[in-house]
Design a protein around this ligand. Structure first.
Ligand SMILES: [Fe+2]
Length: 707
């Protein structure tokens, strides 16, 4: 199936229509040549990346496709191709409401984005593109948002992390197929994509090379690096995207996947990005493969341009949110040079080529669905301060299994540490170095302008629910090493590339929600390749937690799971590996879930006894403060529904995705349901769940045993 073409009949299933009906009525719509290239005979053009719609408004939606000339002579002399798009009330296209000409320019790699306006609110529409005598291989379906005052339930799915080489997209197919079968009032309004739509590097394949598809050589691509012992994927001959042609190649390859095309054809998407749309662990316009802060301004501009070409979104056309201007804007090309990082100043390097590269595209924005939902979409990569863990700090904390909370918090606070008296040096064990952030401003994840905007929209929002499309998780995911006697280790963050690397600003935002009495805030996050649910504390280290918001983290569609990565990373260390993978009478269990939620002592203990009495005795309910649930051995998607009585999240785990499930989609292994009732600003939400359908993950499948 990968890279294969589509059977039109298969796509009809996307809409629940019968093949006969479509074929008959499609023939009934005569082809009318309208534009220059429209006179080409059938067979001159095709649409290998399908079509898509995005960012529904009550009266408008963005449509997308990419056309290719099979016969280059059929294009205009400059290579452009004229298309037209039809939008109809019905799948038969008998009631066409919009017909619009649009040019696919060679300069945009023949991608087109069409902002279709004057639509009616809260309706399903169908659309298709024509080039010459050829039409898009199947029609698309989309739906507009309800009017701002409309009181109706809103349902959406959140997804993230779809490495093409790490697995198949059976989860997207499951979501699509289930939606077709669902009653109309239970169908998804839109899909929120939280990023890692592409991965910029190739050859990062599963250890056992069990997935049978590769992106293939990039047109330019970095040379596969010499083996240096730390980067597996280079050794396998992998490359990283370097040029616009490389990023385009990635989008084009990913978008040949039939399951991804099916989902894009059925649902409007709302996108933000994570790191891999540009480069692994990216921040601003810098990369970090071999050293922290490698200048990559040219790549950032190329990555932004390719994103804009292949990912539809309403940016320059975004409506104002209450009285707050939308900062988002379309791609604007700028010439940049790759320039090394300067010294930290008051606004963390936002100047020169870096600032120019970042200014080519702004994507943070809001969307609204009726009276129920304000969706606040952030960009957590373009404006974040440099990571606190650089080479020097890495050397300082050598021997620490993960970055210690104390060290990260101290560095992140910069000159504000210790109430404005930052220590001159920073120590770990018997090592001590100068505090590199002594004079630096406190770390920022959103960057100043986006943070101001975020607070304004949260405060101005009048919807029942505020959903924060937050690519990087804000839930605490910690390892409580201080509870292991004699190890001499400190509590650490499992990862610092998400909000855990910016604890000061996260605290500021949570305190803002509490102090401004802003309730009903739900963060939906991706990035970590695991499902999780929990509460977001103002101060995770305070004696009493106060949590003004909840978060639902969605697992990867296809990228290697968090559990498999932890398993691989600890395999040579018997002691810690037991905290990750447990062998019991049921086989191998993802004990990592247990360790993160209940602490290392509980994680180790279960290797020796199944006694609940002892488990409860050693369990640390504040191991990761606020983290109530994690399913790290998982792939899938999250369904969120919102009405005036409650918000519900269903974390749908489809298990392994290393075998192509085909048009039937992956099978569901487990659904974990969580609900939260609306809460008054200044109070705390009560998160209920999980309730399971299917096989619960470890340790929720533990049989309770008397001690
Ligand atoms: Fe990812």
């Amino acid at each position: 199936m990968p890279g294969g073409s589509f059977n039109r009949r298969e796509f009809l299933k996307l809409f629940g229509a019968t093949a006969g009906c479509f074929v008959a009525t499609a023939a009934a719509v005569p082809f009318v040549p309208r534009l220059g290239t429209a006179r080409a005979a059938p067979g001159a053009f095709h649409f290998p990346q399908g079509l898509a719609s995005a960012d529904p408004q009550p009266d408008a939606v963005m449509l997308w496709t990419r056309v290719e000339a099979i016969d280059p002579g059929a294009a205009l002399p400059n290579g452009d191709v004229d298309l037209y798009v039809q939008v109809a009330n019905d799948l038969a296209f008998e009631e066409v409401v919009v017909e619009q000409a649009v040019r696919a320019s060679a300069a945009s790699d023949h991608t087109v984005r069409v902002f279709v306006q004057n639509l009616r609110p809260d309706r399903v529409y169908y659309y298709r593109f024509y080039a010459g005598g050829d039409q898009s291989p199947y029609p698309g379906r989309t739906r507009t948002a309800p009017l701002p005052g409309a009181k109706r339930k809103v349902r959406f799915a959140s997804v993230s992390c779809q490495s093409y080489e790490a697995g198949y997209y059976g989860a997207l197919r499951r979501m699509t197929n289930d939606d077709i079968e669902a009653p109309a009032e239970e169908q998804i309004d839109f899909v929120l994509h939280l990023g890692d739509f592409i991965y910029e590097r190739t050859g990062d394949v599963p250890e056992d090379r069990s997935v049978a598809r590769l992106v293939g050589p990039l047109p330019d691509g970095s040379e596969p690096w010499e083996p240096d012992g730390t980067h597996d994927w280079w050794r396998k001959g992998g490359q990283a995207a370097v040029t616009l042609a490389d990023y385009r190649h990635l989008y084009k390859t990913y978008l040949t996947d039939p399951d991804l095309q099916a989902a894009r054809a059925r649902f409007p998407f709302v996108h933000t990005w994570d790191d891999h749309e540009f480069t692994n662990d990216a921040w601003q316009s810098y990369a970090s493969y071999f050293a922290n802060g490698e200048p990559a301004q040219k790549r950032k501009v190329a990555a932004n341009r390719a994103w804009f070409e292949f990912i539809p979104a309403v940016l320059s056309n975004a409506p104002r949110f209450h009285d707050i201007a939308a900062p988002a804007h379309d791609f604007q090309n700028r010439n940049v040079d790759d320039t090394p990082m300067g010294a930290y100043d008051d606004d963390f390097l936002f100047e020169g080529d870096n600032a120019r590269a970042l200014s080519t595209l702004t994507i943070y924005r809001t969307l609204r669905w009726g009276s129920m939902l304000d969706l606040v979409v952030t960009d957590l990569r373009s404006y974040r301060s440099p990571p606190v863990i650089d080479e020097n700090i890495d050397a300082l904390i050598e021997g620490a299994p993960v970055p210690p909370v104390r060290v990260v918090k101290l560095l992140d606070a910069g000159r504000t540490a210790n109430e404005g008296n930052p220590p001159v040096t920073i120590s770990y064990g018997d090592r001590e170095i100068e505090n590199p952030r002594k004079d630096a401003p406190p770390g920022t994840h959103l960057g100043g302008p986006q943070k101001t905007w975020f607070k304004e929209v949260m405060k101005a929002s009048t919807a029942t629910w505020r959903v924060w499309a937050n690519s990087c998780p804000a839930l605490q995911v910690r390892l409580d090493f201080s509870r292991i006697p004699f190890a001499g280790l400190e509590d650490g963050y499992a990862a610092t590339d998400a909000w855990q690397g910016y604890p000061g600003e996260l605290k500021e935002l949570m305190a803002f929600l509490k102090d401004e009495r802003i309730g009903n805030v739900i963060s939906v996050a991706g990035d970590h390749h695991a499902f999780a649910a929990g509460r977001l504390p103002v101060d995770p280290d305070a004696e009493t937690l106060f949590c003004p918001a909840v978060e639902f983290m969605t697992a990867a569609i296809s990228s290697s799971s968090m559990y498999s990565m932890a398993d691989r990373a600890t395999r040579d260390n018997g002691f810690f590996h037991r905290a990750v993978a447990l062998q019991d009478e049921n086989g191998t269990q993802a004990n990592w879930n247990n360790t993160l939620v209940n602490g290392l002592r509980a994680g180790i203990l279960v290797n020796y006894t199944s006694s609940d009495y002892l488990f409860d005795l050693v369990r640390n309910e504040r191991a990761s403060p606020g983290l109530d649930y994690i399913d790290s051995d998982a792939h899938g998607y999250t369904l969120v529904s919102l009405d005036e009585e409650k918000a519900e999240a269903v974390l749908v785990n489809v298990g392994d995705v290393q075998i192509d499930a085909g048009p039937g989609g992956s099978k569901v292994r487990c659904k974990a349901h969580f609900t939260v009732k609306p809460w008054t600003g200044g109070e705390e939400p009560v998160l209920e769940g999980p309730l399971f359908e299917g096989v619960p993950p470890y340790p929720w499948n533990r049989e309770k045993k008397a001690g």
